[in-house]
Design a protein around this ligand. Sequence first.
Ligand code: GLA
Length: 675
Amino acid sequence: MQMTQRWIRWPAGTHNRTPTEGRNGPIAFGGDYNPEQWSEDVWQDDVRLMQEAGVNLVTVGVFSWARLQPTPDTWEFEWLDRVLDLLHEHGIAVDLATATASPPAWLTTAHPEMLPVDRLGTVLHQGGRQAWSPSSVVYREHSLRLVEKMAERYASHPALSMWHVSNELGCHNGRCYSELSAQGFRRWLRERYTDLDTFNRAWATDFWSQHYGTWEEIEPPRIAPSFSNPTQQLDFARFSSDALRDQLRAEVEVLRRHTPDVPITTNFMVMGHFKEVDYGTWVDDLDLVSNDHYMMAHDPEAHVELAFSADHTRGLAGGQPWMLLESSTSAVSWQPVNTAKPVSQLRRNSLTHVARGADAVCFFQWRASAAGAEKYHSAMLPHAGTDSELWRSVVELGADLQRLAEVSGSTVDSSVAIIVDYENWWAAELDAHPSSLLAYRRTAEGWYRSLWDANIPVDIVPRGADLTGYRVVLAPMLYLVRDADVAALDSFTRAGGQVLVTYFSGIADENDHIRLGGYPGAFRDLLGVRSDEFRPLLGEQQVALEGASLGALTGTLWSEPVVPTDAIVLATYTDGPSAGFAAITRAARGEGKAWYVSTELDAIGRRAVVDAVCAAAHVTAPIGATAGVEVVVRRSADVEYVFAINHTPQEGSVAAAGTDLLTGQVRPAPVLIPA
Ligand code: GLA
């Protein structure tokens, strides 16, 4: 990953600037602005209220295609000209969308073959959004024509501060099984494998009589009578991510040609449930990384998931500041029950993103829609208008962010990394595995949670990230590994690092073929252990573990009869299918150590192991705090910014002293943090 960051080009006269702001200027504050849903007199109110709230950046045009090009040969940009002029006059910078996210009805009517198709063969029609197949040449041509027009027209508009390619690429059309996609998939496979022999070997097509004699016989993994070939499924996930990236690249090429100096982003969806795109392979195409993050109302740990996603986004941004381009001020409109956020939570959530490296806090959307499928989604300006608690808290948040402006450009230092990799997420959760109960991200989040509890900063990094400088690396469920991945962890350990690998790691190569000779496959040597079979546990089943220093622990989901080759045993299974065998081990390698955890530990067990690993690496929390107070430190050349966020219903404290940027008061240690 070599991304070189370029930040928002703030226009002269941007609203809400302060003399003390940091390297990236003010913290961007704003949201998606959809003026086409309102009459022009409302726009006047919008800009006035944006100023009142301290808004300095809005995303415009995301779903404007049908308004900009009402027929194949007519273009209507004048309304958008007026929007951009108005915003500029009021000092609001514009993150201008390429407007390609949702094609107009005239296009899908003329070319129904461009519609996406799901795995069951159902065509996904016009009437929602994103009704296009990433493999459609017609869509590509029409969308690029639009991008050309946008880039030509707005290249020198003074409000243009950055480009926003499409919208949440892959959100609804991430996997398309249409005939066009089948053709694209075949082309992709030919490029990857060159000849059919190599291809047939990679897909292990001698199994179940799947041998392919010509490229034309190959299909996407459409619904089949039984499990589809796992390599077919994995390659299709790779292809689908690449097909979306091709659209991104094509749009980026147009934009760079017209505006080489304007930074380009596309809004990622780094959050719990979204795994359609391998973002680690996209970042080099962008100038800055941005994310959309929404919390799941039913998740009592949603604030930890938020921290995980923020750290993951920062990891994708190579440790540089990033933009929170969408979040919600309160309820969303797409969950079974869309609970409202208490206003204190709006502040906590937004400032947690800033603590973890966001130099932008933006929302979907500026003004709550009066109609359409998202009319019940919260916004910065709710249906109730300015006489509302929500509006008042949005205005307060804007003021908070202005007070924090000097933080922008500062970074978070971590000596712990967790490898989280989309390809592994896909592969580890394929069907016909030893257990369908394994959940890749949940396991990674579990380990993260233990570090979060301990207030130890963590970078969540993609595969292939440079591990130099870390003292601890966690590799939860790193199921599919290339030799280079194993070698990197081996050198990291020998050079003095502590590496922790969990069950179901090192099992397969990049084609999802088993690494033979016993488990955990590619990591047998590094970890100094071997198991001759998996012994997964049933849903409610628990197993007991006992270790001299770790004490009594509980495992679920998985067990293995682990036999150390040269590792020492830290805990042993005392019951269950692997009773008597090692459960947690540690091997000395060079200057470092390699730890193996062969079951899913509960929170207490994970914390005990994390504490032991961190103690071995001499990693501690940078600053002490009472339980439930989340502490993150951002650093610039000569200042430490301590964010302390209290998630409990009681007053807490943090062992720091300094100037409280939100109030201006100088505070001695410990600083009390209200409930
Ligand atoms: C996504 C989209 C927005 C909106 C929000 C609603 O993030 O990008 O257009 O639909 O979800 O939460």
